[in-house]
Each structure stands twice: as structure tokens, then as C-alpha cells.
Write a protein of this length. Structure first.
Lengths: 1228, 433
């Protein structure tokens, strides 16, 4: 027994537990399964929340101000002016936090109160999750949530397998297979045996690594090693397994899921960062002004104040000696002015910004909801006939409310391909069998626009569509080639069958495989079930079982898979794989069919289809037996097992007979080409980062209009493997001097930068090379050379040796690249990225890439995706947006400024990590060009006005300082100071920030160039801030001095004076409200009912409240506004101030709109013009894209386009199948 | 609609019932009474039905209206969520902006001229008496001249309020001051708006409430015996205590005093709300008196309840005090001191042009800190006192506006982009040229 008190402190180094021994386990005081994600309870809420809030800089700043105000010598303002807004902010935030926490409490409670079957004292009991402890044995049934991190003991499967869905953990929806220790399988469902279990587990301490687990189990004197295969993690769901027994290893907060639930870091918009710098600037400015005032005060006190002591003696704390007294007073006044002028640094800014963002998010949600519903309905009608595509009913959602305006400034979009641009729905589209291509539909022939009717086949799927009737005809005549083709598809795969609702459903590692198997199924070659040694298929209505001898599984190097089947008593090897791989392994007599098939494959690939080659080979029994023995040897060898196995596989997979090829279409999502075209017109650069193969990626690039025909041929960076690095550069140095403006002084050590330029001119200045050449920051810019540039070149490089690149030419070339229709595109391979992303290369990569209109990175890993995004983020200072749908996009979504998740079918991981979730890629267009643009527009207008009005307000105090001996006397009433930002001027600007729009959504989409200001940061930046602050200062100056001029000797018509402090302040403050309201009237471009209400409402409210408070409370200001308002002078003064302040602004704006109208001005005019019914708004003209177009083009270029190999990168289920482990799946 | 027609059907059938009943009824005398009764019943019944139907019609109508409202509502909601709310979208075009400039210009210039004319009609006379020499024969200096009051009052023997130093200043009024004439005293370089000065008062005390905490008034809150000053604070303590009199020298009648009134010189609201004497049996500091346990401010010669004339113009309600307590916004200010008494026959029409003498009881020291003292006589116009500022500002603004209008008209004609060009835009039109 250990002492319990010590354990608390020492971090756990290993975990020990014994099954069925709660006394032993309890001694360790492991965490129980109670989880708590909530932060507060009733008692701790106030202190913790307050502490959290005051750690925010703004709140802390205002707390300091409040403390200053409470010091009587310094206080120039009633503390209430700070207390009220501070309390408002604090309580609003506290309310929000409290609400969030209540939600968390609720979900905690719900989770904690789930029920598990736990073995206690030899019987199964129902125990709440929160009461489950480490060492408990749990019995789980299918579709149950895993309660904690568990060690699998036994399952209903004879092999001790069970299946879990891990979508909550990693977002992958395919089932994962877990296995218990083989010796434990004997426990079965026997409660007695299980309650007698006395194994001891020693394993790693709690950690957050989801893919690793280490431990040992000691049972009956034997030691078993445990790994990730043996544990079920909390958050998974048990599937396809009747029951299983598990022992709890980690519970509650110590589970891997909870250990992974790190604080998601807070994303800030660039506007936030700008605001922070601006606020810092304002603070500095404030200090300078206070210093100025303090100086003024010192001078005044020593010249006038010292003598004025007759009537106003200095206070006790001030030394009576003249200069020292003045100095002390000055330093006190410094703080007084800080209090007085702090309205520069408005606390309400944060609140207002938050409110506006919240509102905008609501609008986005509402809008897209409605949009989704509309789309859903129209699609139902449009697609009713085909019925193959149903949009999910998931709604678009703004998951964070703080990033809206950033959507209006996106410069780079990083998009995943699969599932984002494409639907991730693979359809069997075409095939080539024995040199005959099927699937091309001649539209002219009658009846061919109708899909083939497969309803005669009981296993057919309604979603499967094929048009070419030639294939069915050939099938009916029992064409042996066609039959072999489909037989291969039905037999050679690692798909698992499953029965759901009485229907046959396939579970596959890759959608391509499942598409092929289901194609065979629809053509009457139905793969039905499998055992480790056999495959059962229904072929033409007749059930056949074939002996499965061996699976030669797929991997990335082999790029093929084969099965050996005993078919009709003969041994036959079926093989499918990438064309290049298969073609190398064909029998010598296959040349003819090879060339025809090759042609077909080229044409398929050109259309963006993914192709696979199919081949077979008959084997003799002896050969196979011999081979099998050698395979067994290799498979059990201890060294280089994989290489040996590969070599053995290689041996048998040769002299193949080619059957043909299949082509699978990776369907684009609806509206993707249009969206991409419009987004790139808007000036947003779109990079596609995909795990796919280069050719596939390029094809998709063409089909979704990312690459266009007007563009130059893409620059392909395909520095292969590391061997490439060591091969000497095929090009002499001059080629490089072309690329680099000033030839590098240092020689390139291992020049792999191969640059081929297609232009044959003697001293070529190929635009393509230019893009590479532009920025070369280091003197030796290409020390490494993974970046090999290969531009398809019809002619070899003429290699003129001395051809210095004139710099002017370069600078000329730059604008021509960014403007105009033509442009460049870059395709980077994942292998090259490994090197290109190294420190010394990445800037070059970026420099090249940023000259291109489109960039495609293929074969990239999730981490590389994140690195690429980060690269742009770091060097370009640009706003980046990542959009993706899968778990592999999470890192990129998290690192980008804005992460958008596609709420599709591939799990929720991407959505959970994202800031915005949309159902389809095409909504991104609307999200950015409409909502993002509006959000940015509104936020900018809001901020511009906000700073204006606060400067106009605070500077009145500054002007007044010159008349009050710099004594920090306020010019306004306390009430006015507190209410100015909260009530009098808050609502109109909130309405502006919520509703204003220059052009409506249709025009925003019609004229994507309207997005430019966001890209160029045009509507709010430091310059605009300075301008609006200056505007505020001038306004306050005009206001102050006009009122001064009128009231300094103010006399009423009945002789009473009007020049007193109280009426001056009242007049000044009320006219200030009028002026800033007039300004917002000028700023408001879209007067909805709410703008009217807030603008006129707050004007009226200002007067009413002033009147009510002054007369109701009968304070110092009683009647001091009503009195001046009884005189015409007040109105004349107001009119004059408004005209003097507004007219110059009006003039400036008119000048701009008249002489330099922006697109926004023009579109606004057009919109209004067309609204009047002169010309109806045309539907936006969008170039329709035809896939064939790109195909034709490619053919014309005569470039061989090889297949996008249709397999996932993961290993298949092959191993599990041959080891007989997948049979736990319910058999049909 | 359907409910309406069905209701109409009901009415029709009911009426039909009535007519058939009457038709079928035999005309015999015995049955007639019954028939009439039955008919009456029917009529009553029918009336009930009609009322019932009427209410049903109303109900249906209100339902329809509610439905319309709901539809309109959801339409509004939809538009709101779609951000397609109906809105007025003003844009700045030459057609709207240029006329505005010209209009404002044309409006402002005459307005400014009118304002100047008003201001011109006001007659104002200012007399600076800071440096006035004592007329007391005791204050003759060795050279035969007179010492200046400003120096004399710094002497140790000076007792304020004892008529220690007085002076006369003669001045000419060149234009007759018609109608009401007001006398102001003006102080320059006097910081009544200094933060500590403005703060140094207790509004509660002045409103006649019992106060115990007068810390705001510091350092003039309590005397060394801890009695509260009444009124307390620096403002009250520095109460202006020169007294001014005006004499008119008529060629026939000689020098005669211009009658001045000290009432209605403070704001009504101040008198009625902000300044009230505390409750008490008597208006003094005796036991039970309103000012019990208080002491006169340090610089004052007499306690507050001896100011002015009882009952309405003394204590905190003294109008001179009220005027003084309404602190000025700027260091150079004027405060209403007296009004020329129009009830006096002699000065019914105001002040005639001629020679006037200002007689000052000189008590208030301002020159030590560079201050000045003035006496101002002024008439008023509809717009108040003499002030050319607004008039000039309006004329200037109007001229600038008009000029801007002209400039922009030229710019628009020469450089402005035709709005018809605005319609020739396409997807590729750049944001700016």
C-alpha cells in the first residue's frame, strides 16, 4: 500500500490496475469517469469570471481609470461615467459566459448520466457513466457510445474482433477494427469467468496521443503486450458487434478524448490587430495630449493660478512655493486629463464591435438557411429524374462570430479537392474492354439520353446510371472479354459487404473501389459475401463461390492489387492497377490491345476521369504452390520483410493479359466552376491542396475553371525524389541566369533547378521564367534544388550563354501578370514541397506562386497543407481562408485566418475545427462576395464613424482646456459624458453597421471586382483612421468655436446672460449630437426603417432624456438647455455648425464620386438606374464550362495525359481479409 | 370571403322566413294578436340574429386583417433576414449636390445680413473701471493726484463694504439706448470655470437643505470653529461686492441718479428650484433660525441673510448671489447687475444720449491676478445682445458655399465622368481607374 498523500503530487509514470479488484485500484485514486467541461459553479462564478474579465487588457485599463477617478485630487470626472459602462460591459460578458457555462453544465450532466452495464460483485449492474471507475469491467452492445478508454477483453466475434466508428475522434467515418488478446477470447459472454478475471494491466500514464498505446497485461502468469489495436477510446461508437467486454483503463478527464480537448485558440481578425495598434497609437496620442495639457497647466498655474489664489487657493497637497506648486499641480492635472480624454479609447468600441459581428453572423445564418432551403427545393425538381444527388440538409453556419469582416478581405483561398471541389462521389463512367470503348454517348441517337434500365437485376442500385447500351448488348451475348472484365471487378478488391435494412451495402477503403464493385453489381456480377478463403458472387442470377487463395494488397509503391482465385477449377490471378504499372507487366503479345487501351485511357484521363487498368493471368497449380511457399518464407522472414514480400509479389504479377480499363468520374460539386471563376475575378487567389495525383489534380483544375484555356500551360514543379537532387543539372548555368536577375555569385552546388523554356528566340524573356525570377532575396537564391521546373517545351532551350536579364523588363512584366486575362499557374508536387518548404526555399516558392493565378499542390500531406497556408500567412501578410471537408484538412483549417468546413458526409471533424460551415463549395462565393464584403464594408464604416464621433467628443474638452487654465474641467455634463456613447450616438451607428450596403447581393455577385477594397485594405486602415480622427478634431473645433463665438457674451432678449458654464455645456453637447447625427445621415447609404428609427429616435431621445433628467432630478443643469433653446440663436448656431461641418465632407465625397468614381459608385448608380425599370437586371453572365473543351485542347497539344490512379493512399482491408478477421461482419 | 357570403345567405334566409310567416298568417281577429306577438318575437329574434351576424362579420374582418398583418409580417421578416429591406439609397450626383450648394449659398448670405442688422440695432456701452482713482479727499497723493482704488484696497486699513474707496467715471452715451436697458458687470481674466472653482460649492446647501457634509466646498467649507460657511465654497466666498450706481447729467436738471432695479436679474428656474433659503423661524443665525450654526463666508462683510431686501431677495435667494453662483463658461464674462427702471417717467424710453457718471464702491480686487472690471450698458434685440459673430459667419459660409457650387459646376462639366458611363461596366471593370 502506498501512502495516498504522496501520490497526489507525483505525476503518474505508469498506470497499474487489476481487474475485479476495486480495493487495489481505489488505492491509486485514479480519476473517475465524471467529466466536467464547465468552468464555474454558483459560488465560484463571480470571482473567477471577474478575474477572467479583468485580465482582458481593455477592462483592466478601465479599472485603472476608475481607480484614478476615485482619487479626489485627480478626479476630473464623476466615477459614475466609468462605472456605468464598465458594469454594462462586465455584466453583458458575464451573462454570456454564464449562459455558455449553463449549456456546458447541461451537456456534462447528460453525458455523465448515460448508463453503462458494469460488472459489480459478479453481476451486471446499470451504472451511470460518472460512477464508472478505473478497473471496472463494462459490457457494451452495438451502437453504444464508449464510456471511457477501455481495454478490449472479449467480443461476440469468434476472432475477438470488434468494430468502432471513430468519427468523433478523427472524423473518419469508415469503421475501424479492434481486436482482443486471442487468449482472452475464451471468456465469451460468461459473466462468471469474467468476474473471476484477475489480470493486471500496466500501461502508459494518461496522454493525448490517439494513435499510440502501450501496455502489458499479466494474466495467469503470462505476459501479453497491448497496443492501440486492443483499446477502445472514449468518443467511439461500437458498431457491428453484438457485445463486448472491456476493462476501464482511463476514465473521465484522463481519457484520450478529454486530454485532446485543448483550448481551441482564439482567432483574431486583421481588423482586430489593426484596432489594437490603433488603440495603442491613440493611447500614445492621449499621453502626448495629457502631457501638453499638464505643461499648459503648469504654466498657467505659475502665471495666473498662483496669483488667483486670492479667490482660489491651492489645495493642501500642493506646495505653496510658486514653481514647485505649479509643477505638482501639473502632474496631477496630467492624470486628470487622462481621465477626461479617455473617451478616445472607447470602452464601448469593443462592445459595439462584438454586437455588430454577432448580428452579422445571425444574418449569415439566416440568409444561408433560407438559401439552402430554396436550393433544396429547386434541386429536388431539377434532379428528380436522376435522383442520384441529394444535398444534405445541413445548414450553413457561422460558428465563430468574430471573423465576419475578415471574410471581406480574403486574398488566398486554400481548398481541399476531394469532397470540397468534388463531391467525393465516384461513378463508373466509362470503360475500355478489349480495345472497345464503352460509355461515350452519342447524343444524336434516339433513346440514348435515357439511362439503361437495370431493374431486372434484384441487386441493382437506383443511383447507378449508365447510358451506353452497347455494353449491355455485349454482355447479353456473353462476350468473354466483357464477362471477364466484370468478373474481375466483382472479385478483385478488398471491399466488405454488409447488410443494411435488407440491402447489400459495401464498405470500402476508397470510394473508387466501391464504385467499381457496385458497377459490376449493377451489370449482374454481384459481389455478395466473403470468407477468408472464398468470395461468393451472384453472377447472372447464379450464386457462385470461388476459392480465394491470396490477396496481394495495394500499397503506394505497388500501385496495384491482385487476387488469386480458383475459378472454374483453374487458378487465375486478377490484377488491377495504375496503367503505367500494368502496362509494364503485360505479356509480350499484348502490344496491340495495349496501344488501343492506352489511347482510350488518355482520352478518359483528359476528361478528368480516374482510370484503372485491369488484367489477368492464369496460373498453374505447381507454379502457384511453389510461389506460395516462397511467399510464406518471405512473409515470415524477420529482415526486410516488406521488400521481400514485394519482390515475391512482383514475381507473380507479370506476363499479364490486358482486359481493359475502367474510368471513374470524380464528380464536381454543383456550381464549383462558376464560383471559382467569380472568386478569381474578384482577385482572390485560389490554391488547391490535394492528396491526389498530379494529373488528376490538373484535370480537376481545368474542369472547375481554376485553370483556363487562356492561361499559359501550368508550370509543373515536380522534383521527384531525393535521387534527383544528386543528378547534375541538365541545363547549363545560363538557364539560371535567365531566372535570376543578377547571376548568383556562388555556384549552385547541386543544381536541380531545371528550366526549360519553350520560346525559341535567341534571348528569350519568357514570361514564365520571369515569374520565377522576380524576387530573389538571398544572393544565392537556389542553394537547394528540389524545385525543378519543367515546362512542357516543344523546342529545347537555345541556351544563349551571355544573356543578362534587364531589370526593367522584369518590372514591366509584373503588372502584366497580375492584370489581364492570361496568367500563369503552378503545379507543385508533394515531394517537391518537402524541399520547397524548407527555410531557404520557401520564399522562392512563394515568390513564384504568388505570380500565378492558380496554384495546385498535389500529393500533399495534411501537415504540408498547413505549412503551405502558414507560408502564405507569414510572408504575404494576407488573409487566408482554408476550406475543406475531412479530417486531413483540420490542420489547414485551424491555421488559416478563416477556416471553412464543408458540412458534408465525411465526418464532422473539419466542421468542428472550422469558423464557418457551408454545405457546398459554391456557397463560398456568396459567403465572401456578399456577406464578407458587406461585413467588411459595414465594419469599416462603423469604425470610421466611431472614431470620428469619439474624437469630435473628446476634443471639445481639449479646446476648453485653453479657457479653463488647463484645469481638466469638463465642458459637458456628467450625464452627457456617460450617455453619449451608450445612448445618444450608439444606435444609429449600430444600425449602420448592421444594415448598410452600397450595392445589393445580386450586384455584388455580378461585379466581383467590388471585392477589391477588402483585398487592398482600402476602407479602413491607418490612413483612414487618421483621416476620420482628424475629421473628428476639426468638427469639434468648428463646433466649439462657433458656439464660443455665439455664447461667450451671450445675452437673452430679456437681458439675462447665457454665457454661463452650464448652458454653454448643454448647448455644445446638444449641438454635438446633432452634428454627429447629421454626419451619420450622410454616411448611411441604405436607409431602412431601422436607420430612420435609430437616427431620428436618438435625436429625440437625446433631448427628451436631457430634459427629463435635468428637470426631473433638478440637478445643477436644470433649465440650462431649455433656456438657450428658447432663443433663436440656438437654432441659428446649430444650423451653421451642421452646414459648416457637413458641407466640406459632402464636397469631398461629391468630388470623388464625380471625378474618380469607383466601381462601387458606378454599380450603385447602375443599380438605381435599373431599379427604376429602365432595364431589368440580367442574370449574371457566367461562362459555362465544358469539360470536353479542356479535353480537346489537351489532345491538340498531343500531350499524353496519364490516368489519375484510382486508389486511396491507405492500405486496404487485404491483410484483415486474408487473416480471416473481417468475418465478424454479419454475413448475408 | 366565403364566410361573408354565407353570412349574407343567413340574412337572406332569415328575411325570407319573416315574409313567409306574415304571408301565411290568417287575417282573422283572434289570431291577429297572436300573429302580431309572434311577429314581434320574430323581429326581436331577427334583430338578435342581425346583431350576431354583424359581430361575426366584424370578427371575420379582423381575422382577415390579422392574417394580412401576419403575412406582411413574415414577408418583412423574410426581407429582413435576406437583407432586402426596402430602403432609400441616396447617391451623390451633380443633380442633387450642386443645387444644394447654390441653395445654401443663396439662403445663408441674406440670413447673415439680417443677423448683422439685428446686431447693429443693439447699443452697447462699456466702461472699464479697474483703474479708477479714488475721489475721497483723504486719498490724495503727495503729487496732487488721487490714488487708484485698486491700490488702496490692498492697504491694511481697508475694510471692505465700509465705503472705503469710491470713484466716479464719466462717459458719453452717443446713441440713445431705447427700450429696456441692462447694466452688467464684466470681469476679465477671471477663471470662474476652473475645475476646483466650479466644484467648490454645495448645491444642496443652496437649495435650502440641511447639510452636514460640505467637503465639496473645500477649502472654504468650515471656519476654524468648524461652523459651516453659509454659503460655502470658493464661488460664494469670492462673491462680487462692488456696488455700481449710474448718474445722468441733464443740461436742465443737472445730475440725477438713474433708477436701477435689482429684481428679475436671475433665471427663474434658479430662483425657484436651485436657490432656496433653509427652513427656520427667522431668517438669521439665531437659535431656530434658518442659518443657525453657520457663519458668513470668510471674505464677506455681512452674513448672507443681510444681503438685499427681505423677504424675497435675501439669503440664498438673493438674486445677485444667484447670478454670481451661475459660474461663467469663459474667463472673460459679464453678469447682469441691474435693469434700468422703466417705471420711472424720466427713463421710460431707456437712456437718452448724453453724459453719464458711473459711481463705484470699489471693493473687489482683481488686478492682483491681472483681472479687469467693466460696467456694460446694453439694450437687446430679438436675438439678444450685440454680437456680429453669427452674421459674419453666415455670410462667409454662404459665400463659400456658393463659390464651391460654382467650382464644382465647372469641375463637373469639365472633368466629371458622365453617369451614362456608369452603365457601361462589366465584370472586369477595375474598382478604380
Amino acid at each position: 500500500m502506498k501512502l495516498p498523500c504522496i501520490k497526489e503530487k507525483i505525476p503518474e509514470t505508469e498506470r497499474r490496475l487489476r481487474m475485479n479488484d476495486d480495493v487495489y485500484n481505489a488505492a491509486f485514486k485514479y480519476a473517475n469517469n465524471f467529466i466536467k467541461t464547465s468552468k464555474y459553479n454558483i459560488v465560484t462564478f463571480l470571482p473567477i469570471n471577474l478575474y477572467e474579465q479583468f485580465t482582458r487588457l481593455a477592462n483592466f485599463y478601465f479599472l485603472c481609470l476608475l481607480i484614478l477617478q476615485l482619487i479626489p485630487v485627480v478626479s476630473s470626472l464623476n466615477p459614475i461615467t466609468t462605472i456605468l459602462p464598465l458594469l454594462g460591459v462586465l455584466s453583458l460578458s458575464a451573462l454570456k459566459d454564464a449562459y455558455d457555462d449553463i449549456q456546458r453544465h447541461r451537456s456534462d450532466k447528460q453525458v455523465n448520466n448515460r448508463v453503462s452495464q458494469v460488472l459489480r460483485n459478479g453481476v451486471m449492474e446499470e451504472v451511470l457513466w460518472k460512477n464508472v471507475v478505473v478497473g471496472d469491467i463494462i459490457r457494451m452492445t452495438s451502437n453504444e457510445f464508449v464510456a471511457a478508454d477501455l481495454l478490449l477483453l472479449s467480443t461476440s466475434d469468434a476472432n475477438g474482433l470488434c468494430f468502432v466508428e471513430t468519427s468523433e475522434l478523427d472524423g473518419e467515418t469508415n469503421l475501424k477494427c479492434k481486436q482482443c488478446q486471442p487468449d482472452l477470447t475464451e471468456l465469451h459472454d460468461n459473466v462468471e469467468l469474467i468476474s473471476a478475471l484477475d489480470g493486471e494491466v500496466v500501461c502508459e500514464p494518461p496522454n493525448n496521443n490517439l494513435s499510440k498505446f502501450q501496455g502489458t497485461l499479466t494474466w495467469r502468469g503470462k505476459k501479453y503486450s497491448l497496443d492501440n489495436e486492443n483499446v477502445l477510446l472514449r468518443g467511439c461508437i461500437l458498431r457491428n458487434t453484438e457485445w463486448c467486454y472491456c476493462v476501464v483503463l482511463f476514465a473521465g478527464a484522463e481519457t484520450k478524448l478529454m486530454q485532446n480537448a485543448g483550448e481551441s485558440f482564439f482567432k483574431r481578425t486583421s481588423m482586430d490587430r489593426l484596432l489594437n495598434t490603433i488603440i495603442l497609437g491613440i493611447l500614445l496620442f492621449l499621453l502626448v495630449m495629457c502631457l501638453f495639457c499638464a505643461l499648459g497647466s503648469g504654466i498657467w498655474e505659475s502665471i495666473v493660478g498662483f496669483k488667483f489664489q486670492v479667490f482660489l487657493p491651492w489645495t493642501d497637497v500642493i506646495p505653496q512655493e510658486k514653481n514647485r506648486g505649479a509643477a505638482v499641480t501639473a502632474s496631477l492635472v496630467f492624470f486628470s486629463y487622462i481621465i477626461l480624454l479617455n473617451t478616445f479609447v472607447p470602452i464601448s468600441l469593443y462592445v459595439s464591435v462584438e454586437m455588430i459581428r454577432l448580428f452579422q453572423s445571425l444574418l449569415i445564418n439566416w440568409d444561408l438557411n433560407v438559401e439552402m432551403i430554396r436550393l433544396f427545393q429547386s434541386l429536388l425538381i431539377n434532379w428528380d429524374k436522376k435522383m442520384c444527388y441529394m444535398p444534405s440538409k445541413t445548414y450553413a453556419k457561422a460558428r465563430t462570430t468574430t471573423l465576419n469582416e475578415e471574410l471581406g478581405q480574403v486574398q488566398y483561398i486554400f481548398s481541399d479537392k476531394t469532397g470540397t471541389l468534388t463531391q467525393n462521389v465516384m461513378t463508373f463512367n466509362k470503360c475500355s474492354i478489349n480495345g472497345v470503348s464503352y460509355g461515350d454517348v452519342d447524343d444524336d441517337l434516339e433513346g440514348y439520353d435515357q439511362p439503361i434500365d437495370f431493374s431486372g437485376n434484384p441487386y441493382s442500385e437506383p443511383s447507378f446510371v449508365f447510358y451506353d447500351r452497347k455494353l449491355t448488348v455485349d454482355l447479353r451475348t456473353h462476350d468473354p472479354h466483357v464477362e471477364t472484365f466484370f468478373l474481375l471487378l466483382a472479385l478483385c478488391h478488398t471491399v466488405m459487404p454488409q447488410e443494411e435494412d435488407g440491402k447489400l451495402v459495401y464498405q470500402a477503403q476508397s470510394p473508387d473501389e466501391s464504385a467499381l464493385v457496385s458497377a459490376a453489381r449493377n451489370f449482374g456480377f454481384v459481389f455478395k459475401s466473403r470468407t477468408p478463403n472464398s468470395i461468393t458472387a451472384v453472377i447472372n442470377g447464379e450464386e457462385q463461390t470461388h476459392e480465394l487463395l491470396c490477396i496481394l494488397d495495394f500499397n503506394n509503391v505497388r500501385k496495384r492489387m491482385s487476387v488469386v482465385i480458383r475459378y472454374d477449377g483453374k487458378l487465375r490471378l486478377f490484377c488491377k492497377g495504375a496503367d503505367s504499372i500494368i502496362f509494364e507487366r503485360l505479356r509480350a503479345d499484348q502490344e496491340e490491345i495495349k496501344s488501343i487501351t492506352c489511347e482510350h485511357i488518355d482520352s478518359y484521363a483528359g476528361e478528368g476521369l480516374r482510370t484503372l487498368c485491369l488484367a489477368y493471368k492464369d496460373l498453374s497449380e505447381q507454379y502457384y504452390a511453389d510461389w506460395w511457399n516462397r511467399y510464406q518464407d518471405a512473409a515470415t522472414s524477420l529482415e526486410n520483410r516488406e521488400e521481400k514480400v514485394d519482390a515475391i509479389f512482383e514475381e507473380i504479377e507479370k506476363d499479364l493479359i490486358l482486359i481493359g480499363a475502367s474510368a471513374i468520374e470524380d464528380k464536381l460539386q454543383e456550381g464549383v466552376p462558376e464560383a471559382i471563376a467569380n472568386l478569381s475575378l474578384a482577385g482572390i487567389k485560389i490554391w488547391v491542396l490535394t492528396g491526389d495525383k498530379q494529373e488528376t489534380a490538373i484535370n480537376i483544375g481545368y474542369s472547375c475553371h481554376l485553370l483556363t484555356d487562356e492561361m499559359h500551360e501550368p508550370i509543373i514543379v515536380d522534383g521527384e525524389t531525393e535521387e534527383d537532387l544528386d543528378t547534375p543539372c541538365p541545363l547549363p548555368r545560363p538557364a539560371l541566369s535567365l531566372a535570376v536577375p543578377s547571376p548568383p555569385p556562388c555556384p549552385l552546388p547541386r543544381p536541380a533547378l531545371s528550366l526549360a523554356v519553350p520560346t525559341p528566340s535567341p534571348c528569350p524573356l519568357p514570361r514564365r521564367a520571369l515569374s520565377l525570377a522576380l524576387p530573389s532575396p538571398s544572393p544565392c537564391p537556389l542553394p537547394h534544388h528540389a524545385l525543378s521546373l519543367a515546362v512542357p517545351s516543344p523546342s529545347p532551350l537555345p541556351s544563349p550563354s551571355p544573356c543578362p536579364l534587364p531589370r526593367p523588363a522584369l518590372s514591366l512584366a509584373v503588372p502584366s501578370l497580375s492584370e489581364g486575362e492570361t496568367g500563369h499557374s503552378l503545379v507543385v508536387n508533394g515531394h517537391s514541397l518537402v524541399f520547397a518548404l524548407q527555410d531557404d526555399m520557401e520564399e522562392l516558392l512563394l515568390a513564384v506562386a504568388s505570380q500565378c493565378r492558380a496554384v495546385i499542390c498535389c500529393r500533399v500531406t495534411p501537415l504540408q497543407k498547413a505549412k503551405v497556408v502558414d507560408l502564405v500567412k507569414r510572408y504575404k501578410k494576407a488573409v487566408t481562408l482554408s476550406i475543406g471537408d475531412g479530417a486531413n484538412d483540420v490542420s489547414m483549417i485551424k491555421i488559416a485566418h478563416i477556416g471553412v468546413g464543408i458540412s458534408g458526409h465525411e465526418g464532422m471533424q473539419a466542421v468542428l475545427a472550422s469558423d464557418f460551415a457551408v454545405a457546398q463549395f459554391k456557397y463560398l462565393e456568396r459567403l465572401l462576395l456578399v456577406h464578407g464584403r458587406w461585413s467588411y464594408y459595414r465594419m469599416c464604416k462603423f469604425l470610421t464613424y466611431f472614431f470620428y464621433k469619439n474624437f469630435a467628443f473628446a476634443f471639445c474638452h481639449f479646446w476648453y482646456a485653453f479657457f479653463v487654465g488647463f484645469s481638466a474641467q469638463t465642458v459637458f455634463d456628467t450625464l452627457f459624458i456617460s450617455a453619449y456613447n451608450l445612448f445618444y450616438t450608439a444606435l444609429p451607428v449600430l444600425a449602420l453597421g448592421s444594415f448598410d450596403q452600397d450595392v445589393n447581393e445580386d450586384y455584388s455577385l455580378r461585379f466581383p471586382k467590388l471585392y477589391t477594397p477588402g483585398l487592398e485594405n482600402r476602407w479602413f486602415n491607418k490612413k483612414i483612421f487618421v483621416r476620420s480622427a482628424g475629421h473628428g478634431v476639426l468638427t469639434s473645433g468648428v463646433l466649439f468655436f462657433v458656439v464660443y463665438g455665439e455664447y461667450t457674451n451671450g445675452i437673452r432678449s430679456n437681458g439675462l446672460t447665457l454665457s454661463d458654464f452650464y448652458s454653454f455645456g448643454s448647448v455644445l453637447s446638444s449641438i454635438l449630437v446633432i452634428v454627429v447625427t447629421a454626419q451619420i445621415c450622410l454616411d448611411t447609404g441604405y436607409w431602412t426603417i431601422f436607420n430612420h428609427i435609430t437616427i431620428w429616435g436618438s435625436l429625440i431621445f437625446t433631448y427628451l432624456l436631457q430634459y427629463a433628467v435635468n428637470h426631473g432630478f433638478k440637478g445643477a443643469y436644470v433649465n440650462s438647455l431649455a433656456m438657450p433653446m428658447g432663443e433663436p440663436g440656438y437654432y441659428l448656431c446649430s444650423l451653421l455648425v451642421v452646414v459648416m461641418v457637413i458641407l466640406p465632407v459632402l464636397a469631398w465625397r461629391f468630388w470623388n464620386a464625380d471625378v474618380h468614381p469607383t466601381l462601387s459608385d458606378k454599380v450603385r448608380y447602375k443599380q438605381q438606374y435599373e431599379k427604376k425599370g429602365v432595364k431589368p437586371a440580367k442574370p449574371r453572365p457566367m461562362p459555362r464550362l465544358f469539360r470536353r473543351q479542356s479535353t480537346m485542347r489537351r489532345r491538340a497539344l498531343g500531350k499524353s495525359m496519364r490516368s489519375g490512379y484510382a486508389f486511396s493512399h491507405q492500405e486496404g482491408y487485404g491483410r484483415l481479409i486474408t487473416e480471416g478477421k473481417l468475418l465478424g461482419v454479419r454475413r448475408l | 370571403m366565403s364566410s361573408m357570403s354565407s353570412i349574407r345567405g343567413h340574412i337572406r334566409s332569415a328575411l325570407r322566413g319573416l315574409s313567409t310567416d306574415s304571408g301565411d298568417t290568417p287575417v282573422g281577429g283572434v289570431t291577429r294578436g297572436n300573429t302580431v306577438k309572434a311577429l314581434e318575437r320574430k323581429v326581436v329574434n331577427l334583430q338578435g340574429q342581425v346583431v350576431d351576424l354583424h359581430s361575426r362579420i366584424l370578427e371575420a374582418e379582423s381575422k382577415a386583417a390579422a392574417e394580412r398583418r401576419r403575412k406582411l409580417d413574415s414577408k418583412f421578416k423574410q426581407k429582413f433576414k435576406q437583407q432586402r429591406l426596402p430602403a432609400w439609397q441616396p447617391i451623390l450626383t451633380a443633380d442633387t449636390v450642386l443645387p444644394a450648394f447654390f441653395l445654401i449659398g443663396l439662403l445663408f448670405v441674406p440670413l447673415g445680413v439680417a443677423l448683422l442688422l439685428f446686431s447693429d440695432g443693439v447699443v452697447e456701452v462699456q466702461v472699464d473701471y479697474t483703474e479708477c482713482p479714488s475721489v475721497d479727499p483723504r486719498h490724495r497723493d503727495p503729487l496732487g493726484g488721487h490714488f487708484l482704488c485698486k491700490d488702496l484696497i490692498l492697504r491694511p486699513e481697508f475694510v471692505p463694504g465700509e465705503n472705503f474707496c469710491y470713484c466716479d467715471i464719466e462717459f458719453n452715451v452717443t446713441t440713445a439706448m431705447e427700450n429696456e436697458v441692462f447694466m452688467y458687470y464684466g470681469l476679465d481674466n477671471y477663471y470662474q470655470n476652473h475645475r476646483r472653482y466650479v466644484k467648490s460649492r454645495d448645491d444642496k446647501q443652496l437649495a435650502g437643505k440641511q447639510v452636514t457634509d460640505v467637503s465639496d466646498c473645500s477649502p472654504f467649507d468650515r471656519d476654524n470653529r468648524s461652523r459651516i460657511y453659509a454659503p460655502c465654497g470658493a464661488i460664494a466666498n469670492s462673491f462680487f461686492n462692488d456696488s455700481l450706481k449710474l448718474y445722468f447729467t441733464d443740461s436742465q436738471k443737472g445730475k440725477q441718479e438713474v433708477p436701477l432695479r435689482g429684481d428679475n436679474i436671475a433665471w427663474d428656474s434658479d430662483k425657484n428650484i436651485k436657490f432656496k433659503n433653509p427652513p427656520g423661524k427667522t431668517l438669521d443665525d439665531k437659535e431656530g433660525g434658518a442659518f443657525e450654526n453657520t457663519v458668513k463666508p470668510l471674505y464677506w462683510t455681512k452674513p448672507v441673510f443681510k444681503l438685499g431686501s427681505p423677504p424675497n431677495n435675501t439669503g440664498y435667494e438673493n438674486e445677485d448671489l444667484i447670478v454670481w453662483m451661475r459660474t461663467a463658461a469663459f474667463p472673460s464674462f459679464r453678469k447682469l447687475y441691474r435693469r434700468v427702471d422703466n417705471s420711472n417717467l424720466e427713463f421710460k424710453k431707456g437712456l437718452a444720449a448724453g453724459l453719464y457718471t458711473l459711481h463705484v464702491d470699489y471693493n473687489y480686487p482683481v488686478h492682483t491676478f491681472g483681472g479687469r472690471k467693466r460696467m456694460i450698458l446694453s439694450t437687446t434685440s430679438f436675438l439678444g445682445g450685440k454680437n456680429n459673430f453669427l452674421g459674419i459667419a453666415y455670410i462667409t459660409a454662404g459665400c463659400v458655399c456658393f463659390l464651391l457650387g460654382v467650382v464644382f459646376l465647372v469641375i463637373h462639366v469639365k472633368f466629371g465622368e458622365r453617369t451614362t458611363n456608369h452603365l457601361n461596366i462589366n465584370q472586369n471593370t477595375p474598382y478604380t481607374k
